[in-house]
Design a protein around this ligand. Sequence first.
Ligand SMILES: Cc1cc2nc3c(=O)[nH]c(=O)nc-3n(C[C@H](O)[C@H](O)[C@H](O)COP(=O)(O)OP(=O)(O)OC[C@H]3O[C@@H](n4cnc5c(N)ncnc54)[C@H](O)[C@@H]3O)c2cc1C
Length: 292
Amino acid sequence: MRILNALRKDEPSLSFEFYPPKDAAAAAALRERAARLEALAPDFVSITYGAGGGAGGAGRQEASIGATAELAQATSAARLAHLTLAGHSRAELAEVVGRFLDGGVEGFMALRGDPPGGPAAPWLATDGGLTYASELVEFIRSLSAVPIGVAAFPHGHPTAESLEHDAEVLAMKQAAGADFAVSQVLFDAAAYFRLVERAARHGATLPIIPGVMPVTASSRIEKLERFSGAPLPAALLEGVASARDGEDLARFGIDWGVRFVGELLAGGAPGVHFYTLNSSNATEAIWRGLGR
Ligand SMILES: Cc1cc2nc3c(=O)[nH]c(=O)nc-3n(C[C@H](O)[C@H](O)[C@H](O)COP(=O)(O)OP(=O)(O)OC[C@H]3O[C@@H](n4cnc5c(N)ncnc54)[C@H](O)[C@@H]3O)c2cc1C
């Protein structure tokens, strides 16, 4: 129960998210970066899972399972497997859960995943499958007692009826057995605190770990805004615009990240989950910049 212990301790939890590497060279680079981040003593690390249904879905899922197993060589932190229900029957989900557990994972992120057309595309049901992440939480819980995390959306899921309904959905995930949540990437501490407050009003009192992506390249900024639905604060946009790509931007991104994560933790966030993009420098510099 290392993941739950990390969320109960006085110190903030630290976790890193990676995605499955595409080839052998990327796999070696990921092992090297994960090993480097090991020096920060993360509580857990996770690997994303390719939602099924689209072209190459099965291959991406195998890559997730393989990469999650391989991470054991690079880190002593607990490994958390992302699992999406999209494109899977219940029988397949049970098999994948079993394979992850056999490979030593200590918890799951239970997610719906997106249909091939993206998060806002109409949902495509799978014969014998599930529809909502809350059902996947219940399903995993029926198979194992390991900790289960779920997704939370500070600015609402792209198809959410309303922010209030989104908070009700989070409460349903908790009622189904979820132990904690990780937020979609965000850049605004106030939005995180509003999410926590709204969730609590609807009975979702589980710890919500804010998801933080270090700012490292200006080309990524607009993409991030579209992808996450998270409006970027003016100070961030101005700082990125005035820094040139390269060292200036790297310095700005780290300083901004240190202030942002500092604000989240000072306001009571239970920890921080870094979307590392399989890189380590910025994540490491931000955490060290906080004096951790
Ligand atoms: C931290 C994090 C990690 C992620 N990792 C991955 C990953 O590894 N792989 C991947 O493919 N995707 C990943 N995603 C993306 C995620 O799969 C998508 O955002 C997906 O569209 C929603 O997933 P969910 O688990 O929130 O689904 P759900 O909770 O099922 O919500 C999906 C939609 O249905 C609505 N809804 C939910 N329950 C009900 C209900 N009972 N009645 C009516 N409406 C309902 C919600 O409001 C929402 O609009 C991740 C997202 C986050 C935040």
